[in-house]
Design a protein around this ligand. Sequence first.
Ligand code: AKG
Ligand code: FE2
Length: 495
Amino acid sequence: MQLGLYRTTLAAALLSSVFRGKMMNRGFKSRADGNSVNSKNNLTDDERGPPQLWSTSKAGYEEEFPPLSASVTNMPKSKRRTRIDLGTHCEPKSEKVVDDIGKLQVEASTSISHQVQDDARLPTSFGKKHSPSSSRNPRLRQTYREHGEEKRRSTFSQGTAIDEPFDVCISTSFGKKRSPSSSRNPRLRQTYHEHGEEKRRLTYSQGTAIDEPFDICISEAREFNPLTSSVNEKNRAMWVPKVRPAEEIEQYKINIEKTSNIEDSVGQTGQVLRPGMVLFKNYIPLSEQVKIVNRCRELGCGPGGFYRPGYDDGAKLRLYMMCLGLDWNPQTKKYGERRHHDNVCPPDIPHEFTSLVSRVLDDSHTLIKRDFKMENVEDVLPAMSPDLCIVNFYTTNGRLGLHQDRDESQESIRKGLPVVSISIGDSAEFLYGDQRDVDEAKPVSLESGDVLVFGGDSRLIFHGVKTNIPSTAPRALVEATKLRPGRLNLTFRKY
Ligand SMILES: O=C(O)CCC(=O)C(=O)O
Ligand SMILES: [Fe+2]
């Protein structure tokens, strides 16, 4: 009996020690996991190593991670995104636009099932504005999901449509793939936040994953210093010296001087490519290009600034985008007053941009009148006063497939109200044609300071950017602005 009791006690002690050991292992393991999650967030760019690429499910897109911009952290706090920024009201747009957009959204939400067949990328939130609370409240989100189709449900279960798609370009995990499970698992996400700054936590609480906007310029702090730079940084710095030779800059200056006689300069720099389509070479003086870059940088680093649009399946556009005036959502292809992913209103179009557009259109009319001896030039190219602008920044391997700009109002398209496109920075090979056919499309080089207008009968031409030509930005522009290697393009339109 005693022996039996002794055996039982011994067995219990043994079992308990094994069990304790297991528990300790588990405890240790969970601490180790926690550390590994947190320590990654504390790494510098160099420690993380070169940016990682990962494949996306959509062919033709490729991930690219430019360097984390130290300049963002160097920027005055007032220019950075804050909770207050995110919660601001939009200035009311003209009543008509608001009204049209409202209708558009109703249409969009009622036609969702057809649209889903057309485009498998559309999220459940297609065409609807999320109330910020519904996007933050998991219960409401689920209710929303319960009404979706299975396919859309699975899209949501990837944690994308509301929470995730845009974080990789600018977050603390910049240049590094965040484990999908950590971004989907609320607990891990919270662990991540607990180690972030207050600002980042606030940004997340808005239901987005965007920490900071993308800076199109490289700050002084990132300039090449051979004594301290890593190989990565040296590579980046090498982009800057190989830019246009000084003679070309001189040519710019000569062209600027010639602008004293508008008709002459329009004749020299402008050509009508086809009815309603006008190209002006070297139209924008270098000093004005500098101002445009600086303005875009300033706006682009603030609320509603540059971000990298993505799709629910994880694919990303090969460019950074900022909208002015109205937001355009590349996924739903709709305009709205607030950005879908963070509920922020886009900044207004600066008035100096608007006056540049009206100068371009006046000069286009002068050119058409002169070349075609016509009186009513607006029949060929209607006048337009922009209420929105899409600003794209293409890094060196950026491009844009052939497409039509047809998401503006039916009235705008029907009247052929022109798109005015301004290029700054590296040159691009631009294609245009009547069909979505790269082989049939005509190429035209768009260089820094060039302006392209397409309206009237050319309003719905197919167009796209085949390639950027690296290191072709004017040296003086790069020196004055520290513009990153790449190309800035602004397209002004009327909704
Ligand atoms: O970058 C360009 O030149 C064209 C941009 C464009 O077509 C667009 O934003 O719709
Ligand atoms: Fe376009």
